[in-house]
Design a protein around this ligand. Structure first.
Ligand code: ADP
Length: 629
C-alpha cells in the first residue's frame, strides 16, 4: 500500500460533516437510501459507457448492489460494480460540493433551528450522510477500465486521506466501489439484517438493479434473493404501482423529499415511442432560480441511462419537472453532442411541452385550489415561457393566474375578460415590485372608482412578457402607467369636453413644465386620478417602467432612465388652489417649491427615492412651517 496522502475538505464539506455528526435527526436510516442511490447511479453511468466500450463490463455484465453486514467488526458496507472512481474523481467528488447554491443552503441549514436534514439529498451531499452513523468511513474504489485501486478514509474531521492499495479482493468485482462504515455506538441497529432490508423496501424498491443484503448467516450455496423489485418502475403498468412507490421513485429521481404534486406516467406510441414518468414537486426546489436554469429530467434509451443534462429535452420554463423519459427510437450509443439538433429529441420535447400544458390546464379546471398552490410555487417560472416560446404563448397565458385590483382572488385572463364592462376593450394591467405598492399607486384610482379591474403584475418576469405580448384573444394589453389613459372615453366623454375642462388650468401646466423641465418630459391633465393630486406615468412608446427599473438595477440599461410624464388631477383642491395662485407673479417661488414636492412625492409613491432628498426635505419643512399660523 502506498503512503497515504492527507487532504483537507472544502470548508462547506467540513461544515456539512459537523452538521451530520452532531445531528439529532431521528431518521438517520436515510444514509442507506443515499448510498444505494449513488451505487445505482454509478451502475447507470457504466452501463451507458459500455454501450460503446463493451469490454468494460464483459467479465461481469450483471450490475448489482451488495450490502454486507459484519456484526463482529461493527461494520456495514455498500458495494457496487458500477463505474468506480480514480484518485482525481475521489478528490473532487468526495472532498467538495460541486452543485451551485449548495454552500449557501448549507449555511442557512446550519444556522436554522430545525436543522431539517431530510433535505440533504436535494443538495447533492448524499454521500456525507454516512457520517450520521459512522465514526469512520472507508471508500475502496477502482474505476472501470483502469488498474489502480484507491482507498479513501475519513473520520469526519476536517480532512481525509487517499492511498493506493493492491488488494482487489476488497471489492465485489474487478471494478466499482465499496463504502465501508464503522458504525457508532448509537447506530448498532444497522447491523440487523431485517432492519436494513426494511429500509431498502421503504426507500429503494424502485432501484432497477438487484440489491442484495447479507450478514454472514447465509448458507454456503444459498442464492440470495434481491430485496427490491429491481425493474425500472416506469416500465411497469400504472395499476401495479402504489402511491408510495411513485413517491419513493420521485424522491430518488428528483432529489426532492416532498410528495409529488402531479404525477404523469404514460407511454407515447406512434411514429416515435417513449415512456414518460414525470412529477411536479409540491414545493419549490432550492435551486429553482439558479441562473443556469438547468432541467432535471433524466434521459434513458431502452432502459439505459444516457444523461441528466440534456437541455434539448425540455425548455427552461418547465425546469421544475422531475422524472425520466425513456426513448425506444434513439440509438443506445448516442453521445451528448448528438442529442443537440436531434429530430427525435425535438419531437419528444414538443409533445412533452404540449402534454404538460394540457395536464396543467386540466388541473386548473378541475382542482382550482390545488392549482393555485402550484401556481404560487411555479407560476413565475412558467411565465418565462410567455416570452420565450412564441408558439405556446397563448396556451401559457390561458393557464396563468393573476392578482387583480378588484378582489384578493387569483384570476385567469379569461375570467378577467368575462368581467369587463361593455365599453371596455382592453386588458388593463400594472407592473410593480409588490402587490401593496401597486394597489396603492395613484395611477389606479381612476380605474378603481369606475369599477374597472386591473391585473396586478408583481413578479419581475411580468415586466418582460408584457413588453413583448401585445394581445391575448384579440384583446390588447394596456399598461395603466403608460400613455394617455382612455378613461374619458369609457365615461363617454368627447375629446372636446375634455379640452374645455383643461383650458383654465393651462397657465399652471405651463408653470409646472418650466419648473420641472429637468425632471419630467411633459405635464398634463389626467383622468386616472381621483384622490391624489399627481402621479408619474410613462410615455406611450417608452419601456415598461418596472422593466426599466429592473434593467437598471442589473446594469443592463443601455440608456439613461427615460423621463416620465407628470399627470395632475384638475379636480384636486391643491391643483385648483395652485391654478388660482398662478395669476400672481409673487406666488411663483412658492409654486416652484410645491411643484418640486409634488414631483418627489409621486416618485415615492412609485416605490422610488426622491431625486434630491435634501431639497425635498427642506421644501417639505418650509411648506409645513409656512402653513403653521
Ligand atoms: P450526488 O450523488 O448527489 O452527486 P454525493 O455526495 O452523494 O452527491 O456524491 C458525490 C459524487 O461522488 C457523485 O456525484 C459521484 O460522482 C461520486 N460517487 C458517490 N458514490 C459513488 C459510487 N458508489 N460510485 C461511483 N461514484 C460515486
Amino acid at each position: 500500500m502506498s503512503k497515504a496522502e492527507k487532504l483537507e475538505f472544502q470548508t462547506e464539506v467540513s461544515q456539512l460533516l459537523k452538521l451530520m455528526i452532531n445531528s439529532v435527526y431521528s431518521e438517520k436510516e436515510v444514509f442507506v437510501r443515499e448510498l444505494v442511490s449513488n451505487a445505482s447511479d454509478a451502475c447507470d453511468k457504466l452501463r451507458y459507457l459500455a454501450t460503446t466500450k463493451e469490454k468494460l463490463i464483459k467479465d461481469d455484465p450483471n450490475f448489482k448492489v451488495q450490502i454486507s453486514i459484519n456484526k463482529k467488526e461493527n461494520k456495514i458496507s455498500i458495494s457496487d460494480n458500477g463505474i468506480g472512481m480514480n484518485k482525481k474523481d475521489l478528490i473532487s467528488n468526495l472532498g467538495t460540493i460541486a452543485r451551485s447554491g449548495t454552500a449557501h443552503f448549507l449555511k442557512e441549514l446550519s444556522e436554522s433551528k430545525t436543522k431539517d436534514l431530510s433535505l440533504i439529498g436535494q443538495f447533492g451531499v448524499g454521500f456525507y450522510s454516512a457520517f450520521m452513523v459512522a465514526e469512520k468511513t472507508k471508500v475502496i474504489t477502482k474505476k472501470a477500465g483502469e488498474n489502480k485501486v484507491w482507498l479513501w478514509e475519513s473520520d469526519g474531521e476536517n480532512h481525509f486521506s487517499i492511498s493506493e492499495t493492491d488488494d482487489t479482493n476488497l471489492l465485489v468485482s474487478n471494478r466499482g466501489t465499496k463504502i465501508e462504515l464503522t458504525l457508532t455506538k448509537e447506530a448498532k441497529e444497522y447491523l440487523d439484517k431485517t432492519r436494513v432490508e426494511n429500509i431498502i423496501r421503504k426507500y429503494s424498491d424502485h432501484i432497477s438493479i438487484p440489491i442484495i443484503v447479507q450478514d454472514g448467516s447465509e448458507k454456503k450455496d444459498e442464492t440470495i434473493e434481491p430485496v427490491n423489485s429491481a425493474s425500472a418502475i416506469w416500465t411497469r403498468s400504472k395499476s401495479q404501482i402504489t402511491k408510495e412507490q411513485y413517491k419513493e421513485f420521485y424522491n430518488h429521481v428528483g432529489q426532492m423529499f416532498d410528495d409529488p404534486w402531479m404525477t404523469s406516467h404514460y407511454k407515447a406510441e406512434g411514429k416515435i415511442e417513449y415512456t414518460v414518468l414525470n412529477f411536479i414537486p409540491s414545493s419549490k426546489p432550492f435551486d429553482l432560480y439558479d441562473p443556469a436554469r438547468e432541467n432535471r429530467l433524466k434521459l434513458y434509451v431502452k432502459r439505459v441511462f444516457i444523461t441528466d443534462n440534456c437541455p434539448e429535452l425540455i425548455p427552461p420554463y418547465l425546469r421544475f419537472l422531475r422524472g425520466v423519459i425513456d426513448s425506444e427510437d434513439l440509438p443506445l450509443n448516442i453521445s451528448r453532442e448528438m442529442l443537440q439538433n436531434n429530430p427525435v429529441v425535438s419531437k419528444i420535447r414538443s409533445s412533452l411541452v404540449k402534454r404538460t400544458i394540457s395536464d396543467l390546464k386540466k388541473k386548473l379546471l378541475k382542482e382550482r385550489n390545488s392549482y393555485e398552490t402550484f401556481w404560487t410555487n411555479f407560476g413565475p417560472v412558467l411565465k418565462e415561457g410567455i416570452y420565450e416560446d412564441f408558439e405556446k404563448k397563448d396556451s401559457l397565458l390561458e393557464i396563468a393566474l393573476f392578482k387583480n385590483s378588484k378582489s384578493k382572488d387569483l384570476i385567469t385572463i379569461d375570467e378577467y375578460i368575462e368581467g369587463m364592462g361593455k365599453k371596455q376593450n382592453d386588458i388593463y394591467f400594472m407592473t410593480g415590485d409588490s402587490y401593496e405598492n401597486i394597489l396603492n399607486n395613484p395611477s389606479l384610482e381612476g380605474y378603481k372608482s369606475r369599477n374597472i379591474n386591473v391585473l396586478i403584475l408583481d413578479d419581475p418576469v411580468d415586466s418582460f412578457w408584457t413588453s413583448s405580448t401585445p394581445s391575448y384573444k384579440e384583446k390588447n394589453f394596456k399598461s395603466v402607467t403608460k400613455g394617455i389613459d382612455d378613461l374619458g372615453k369609457l365615461d363617454g366623454k368627447k375629446d372636446k369636453d375634455a379640452q374645455k375642462d383643461n383650458k383654465s388650468i393651462e397657465p399652471l401646466i405651463n408653470l409646472l413644465k418650466e419648473n420641472l423641465k429637468d425632471n419630467v418630459s411633459d405635464v398634463r391633465i389626467s383622468s386616472r386620478l381621483t384622490d391624489s393630486a399627481a402621479c408619474l406615468v410613462g410615455d406611450e412608446n417608452s419601456m415598461d417602467p418596472q422593466l426599466e427599473k429592473i434593467l437598471q438595477q442589473h446594469n443592463q440599461l443601455n440608456q439613461n432612465m427615460s423621463l416620465k410624464i407628470l399627470e395632475i388631477n384638475s379636480g384636486h383642491k391643491l391643483i385648483k388652489k395652485l391654478s388660482k395662485m398662478c395669476t400672481k407673479k409673487e406666488n411663483f417661488s412658492e409654486i416652484k417649491r410645491i411643484s418640486s414636492i409634488l414631483y418627489e412625492q409621486s416618485k415615492i409613491l412609485d416605490g422610488e427615492k426622491p431625486t434630491d432628498p435634501a431639497l425635498f426635505s427642506k421644501n417639505l419643512i418650509d411648506t409645513i412651517y409656512l402653513s403653521l399660523k
